[in-house]
Design a protein. Structure first.
Lengths: 705, 299
């Protein structure tokens, strides 16, 4: 009898190996069709009309001229918004669907809306614009902590609003046939994308068919159908034709979600031996027009005496959405900047300073082990210097360290595994592959469980007709889908073993599936091929559904939560141009039992690159006079290219101590620390802190001036 | 994008005939790397687009009588890859190489580089070339980190986007058009109204070729930019040293390529609220360009 527990190291043939993702070739060759690529017959292009004002009362919308343009087939306007306020530039007020993209664009220009313009506010880094009551939290007594300190440092640090900048924009293709909706959205939540959509479109949830085979990035911004999902569905219903409504890049950056900013003043008390005695930090920032709060502050290191205050600034900007590891990258930068400034102030090596204070973290042993490995990888002993000992010449080199943590418990998930009499195996699961390798993970788990090669599994994902699986957010997917697939495959296998038991004359609980055969445990002589075993099913397939019951699975050691990571950056700064060049990043990470080493490491590479981008380039820039995002494009909203990221070295923690915890998610953790590590490295290189991200040449030159 | 008529003349004369006498009525299409974006963003809505792709004799590089002649429709990639250019004009080759985008190099043309519109984000977001609102400059009141530090006393605060302008001026090049020859240092102008453009070309005039004298000048370009790959420069400095003296021309610091008059390249700089850092960059770029010219190596 097969059990659900993960096989031990010597019994694994696929889990933990480096396996190339199964959909790599179709993606690399362009055969994979994304929502933007779908052009069903009769397709109409939809383009939204948007507010040109950052803040105004919408008085009226007149679409008559747009409707009259030849080729326009459908028009929608937001009648609920008339008489109400629009709150940011780019807010959608109407939409047209036409025979071509060009006609739709021309028609949008003919939509006439009247506004009463109101005063707007887009500044997010000045406490005087903060509204509402500050949320305040004190643990211990900071006053006592500061009294205990030999040295107190104070500093200002900040992280701007940045966007998700998904390569594929938000949106979908929708079609309504026979009263049923067929939707192809770009989503990280296939099973639940359509939940509550029926409130707005009048189609039963059961008659909504959602499919997303490939998607070009979500990072937390693509969980639901959004306003464009409603509009696309209504226009499809109105016109009886398929409708493509995906955002252009400018709207994608301005209105489809962003990561809140955080600007802080921190006071830190330390003893001369490096021990931290107190932390006090106040933060302001914006998430657009809604509420504001950064969690996990201070970050990783939690001094016994600590006090934080937080206040939001409401701005006439597009609204925030979850962004890969919500709050963590911001609070990591704010906290670790202050920590290394404190170490520098007392003339202590940064690594020694962290080691001295590891007792203030949740997992001192893990961080200690990871820090030592990262230091070896980067050549810390040879390269490290104090901030007071700078390189001669205009180009100066420095190292910086940061650490992070994340949860990552697998989400709720169901998977159906079917074994057919012809020996074929199908795994069906309503999950999605955001480019993370989720599809391959399902195949690995099913194949490992059934003792078959990877190619033997026909894995089907990305459709809400399959058993429901959770949204891909919070690093929860690999844990969730691995357990549900394991449960279903184990159940199905046990059924098959029951059939084989009679034929082989061996009790089912003494049988195992290995190398494409069903055999007596430890006795290869008594065995039969997988194909022969399946033939015994005659016409009755075995189909089993497995679940990830999170509590039980965690108790059973299948999944767990809580990881740590240490990253060290090695940078060079040209003090005459201000340009920061990344030489190397070392990223050390644990995430329990690794299912696929290759895609796991890829997640770390991707996270580090995304973190480097936020450190050096990204900032949503708003014009105070007009309230417009000035760089809603990929020209001045810069993303790191291959030449900007230096050499990235990744090390995954493995071994019994880590693997016995089961599977833990990996998506968020590696993106958290890079910006803090790089900011610290720049400070170490030039001897002075560049307080605000991104670390642009102008900021570097300004602090050196 | 508004619909427009598309013309494909075969000769320079035919091309000129297809062009209107008013800016904006017609537009010239060379490589299209800038014009297509301008059309899509509604920054221009011409009645006719005149493509130069089928016009004979606008492509290629030839060496004649002590000068290198570059056809206006020569791609930037062809220019940078030309052995004569690499040998005699490293400042030009470097300026092109620093565009750092194979796609732009294989599509963008030499003439297009000189005529491309500014990248000022107020202009590109639809607030006009001079970015005036209620009689005030949005640039002065707003985010001007990438704007001009020289020649910005008038309404124009943007910077010239041309990569080739500064080295061509430093090298003493001549721009040949459908009707005349213009010294490179007289080619660019600072517009005073929305009805003017950034060069002295007339609306119905096209560049046909550029002639660069083989003066034997030691020359180099140094560029400071943020991303290592495709990105606009913060500042560039192109230098050409002859027995007669050293010419230094800066890029991306003024509404035109900026010719340095004295020994101090930063003299006369009038930074706006957010671009004072460019003064330091100017000094660095000039210092490094001069060093590169002496070493025979551009960056």
């Amino acid at each position: 009898m097969a059990t659900a527990a993960w096989p031990g190291k010597k019994d694994r043939s696929l889990i933990g190996k480096s396996i190339t993702r199964q959909d790599g070739p179709v993606k690399a060759t362009g055969r994979a069709k994304y929502s933007y690529d779908l052009n069903p017959p009769g397709l109409l292009w939809a383009k939204p009309a948007t507010s040109p004002h950052a803040h105004a009362k919408l008085v009226s919308i007149d679409t008559k001229k747009a409707e009259a343009l030849p080729g326009v087939k459908g028009v929608w306007k937001d009648t609920d918004l008339i008489g109400e306020e629009v709150r940011y530039i780019g807010q959608i007020i109407a939409c047209v669907a036409a025979e071509s993209e060009e006609i739709a664009t021309e028609a949008v220009a003919l939509v006439e809306a009247k506004y009463e313009v109101l005063e707007h506010q887009v500044i997010d880094n000045d406490p005087k614009f903060a509204t509402g009551r500050a949320s305040e939290q004190e643990v211990g007594k900071v006053a006592d902590g500061f009294a205990e300190a030999d040295v107190t440092i104070e500093g200002d640090y900040g992280v701007p609003v940045i966007t998700h900048c998904c390569m594929e924009p938000h949106g979908q293709v929708t079609e309504v046939r026979g009263g049923e909706l067929y939707a192809w959205p770009s989503t990280q939540n296939v099973s639940r994308w359509a939940d509550r959509l029926n409130d707005s479109v009048g189609i039963d949830r059961a008659k909504m068919h959602v499919d997303c085979q490939y998607m070009g990035g979500g990072f937390g911004s693509k969980f639901t159908y959004d306003k464009w999902g409603v509009i696309g569905t209504l226009l499809a219903k109105q016109t009886g034709r398929p409708v493509k409504l995906l955002l252009d890049r400018d709207l994608e950056l301005a209105i489809a979600g962003n990561r809140p900013s955080g600007y802080t003043h921190i006071k830190l008390g330390v003893k001369n031996d490096g021990a931290i005695t107190a932390f006090e930090g106040s933060v302001v920032g914006t998430g657009g027009g809604g509420g504001y709060r950064l969690r996990a502050f201070p970050y990783v290191f939690e001094p016994k005496n600590r006090k934080t205050t937080m206040k939001g600034i409401r701005t006439n900007r597009g609204g925030q959405r979850a962004w890969r590891a919500p709050s963590h990258p911001q609070t990591c930068l704010l906290t670790f900047s202050a920590l290394e400034d404190a170490a520098a102030k007392i003339g202590m090596d940064a690594a020694a300073f962290y080691k001295k204070n590891l007792n203030l973290t949740a997992r001192p042993d893990v961080y200690a082990e990871e820090l030592d490995i990262a230091m070896k990888m980067i050549g810390y002993a040879e390269k490290a210097h104090l901030r007071t000992k700078l390189d001669a010449g205009p180009v100066k080199r420095g190292l910086g360290i940061a650490m992070h943590t994340w949860g990552g418990l697998g989400h709720g998930s169901e998977c159906r595994v079917t074994i057919n009499p012809d020996g074929s195996v199908k795994a069906e699961i309503g999950t999605q592959d955001l480019g993370t390798g989720a599809r391959t993970v399902v195949s690995i788990i099913a194949a490992e469980t059934l003792g078959l090669p990877l190619e033997a599994i026909d894995t089907r994902i990305g459709n809400n007709a399959y058993p429901a699986s959770g949204g891909s957010g919070g690093s929860t997917t690999t844990g969730g889908i691995s357990v549900s697939t394991r449960m279903a495959a184990t159940d199905a296998l046990n059924d098959l073993l029951g059939h084989a038991a009679t034929k082989l004359g061996v009790a089912a609980d003494k049988l195992e599936a290995k190398g494409g055969r069903i055999r007596e445990m430890g006795n290869a002589a008594k065995s039969m091929s997988w194909a022969d075993a399946c033939k015994m099913l005659r016409t009755g397939s075995i189909s089993k559904t497995g679940q990830n019951n999170r509590t039980e699975a965690q108790k059973a050691g299948l999944i767990d939560a809580g990881v740590g990571g240490v990253q060290i950056a090695d940078v060079s700064v040209d003090t005459e141009t201000g340009v920061v060049t990344l030489n190397e990043m070392a990223a050390v990470q644990d995430c329990g039992l690794i299912v696929n080493m290759k895609t796991c490491e890829s997640q770390v590479f991707g996270g580090v690159i995304m973190g480097i981008t936020s450190a050096l380039f990204e900032e949503a820039l708003y014009d105070p006079t007009t309230g417009r995002m000035l760089n809603a494009d990929m020209e001045f909203y810069r993303i790191a290219g291959i030449k900007d990221v230096g050499t990235i070295k990744v090390h995954m923690m493995t071994g019994e101590e880590y693997e016995k915890r089961g599977i833990i998610g990996i998506g968020e953790p590696p993106v958290i620390a890079p910006a803090a590590a790089i900011s610290n490295a720049v400070a170490n290189a030039i001897g002075v802190r560049v307080p605000y991200l991104p670390l642009t040449p102008e900021r570097v030159l300004n602090v050196l001036a | 994008m508004k619909s427009f008529e598309y013309a494909t003349p075969r000769t320079v004369d035919e091309a000129v005939e297809q062009l209107a006498e008013q800016w904006g009525e017609t537009e010239v299409l060379a490589g299209g790397t800038d014009l297509v974006t301008c059309l899509k963003q509604g920054l221009t809505a011409p009645k006719r687009v005149v493509s130069l792709k089928a016009v004979k004799d606008l492509k290629g590089i030839s060496s004649t009588k002590g000068a290198l002649t570059i056809g206006a429709m020569t791609t930037m990639g062809e220019l940078a890859g030309n052995a004569g250019v690499q040998k005699h004009f490293p400042s030009l080759a470097t300026a092109v190489k620093n565009i750092a985008s194979p796609q732009l190099l294989s599509t963008g043309t030499v003439g297009g580089d000189l005529c491309q519109r500014p990248r000022c984000w107020y202009y590109r977001n639809g607030y006009g070339l001079l970015a005036q609102q209620d009689g005030k400059s949005l640039v002065t009141a707003g985010d001007n980190r990438y704007h001009a530090i020289f020649g910005n006393a008038g309404k124009a605060k943007f910077v010239s986007a041309s990569s080739l302008g500064p080295p061509l001026i430093a090298l003493g090049a001549t721009i040949k058009t459908s009707s005349r020859e213009i010294a490179a240092d007289k080619f660019f102008q600072t517009p005073k109204s929305e009805n003017e453009r950034e060069t002295v070309l007339n609306p119905n005039e096209i560049i046909t070729a550029i002639s660069v004298p083989l003066s034997g000048a030691e020359n180099a370009t140094y560029e400071i930019r943020h991303r290592q790959g495709l990105d606009w420069p913060y500042v560039t400095a192109s230098v050409a040293k002859t027995n007669g003296g050293t010419k230094v021309v800066l890029g991306h610091v003024a509404p035109t390529p900026w010719i340095v008059a004295g020994n101090d390249a930063a003299q006369g700089a009038k930074p706006l609220s957010g671009n004072g850092y460019k003064v330091k960059m100017v000094k660095t770029a000039v210092k490094r360009a001069l060093a590169a010219a002496s070493n025979g190596a551009s960056n």
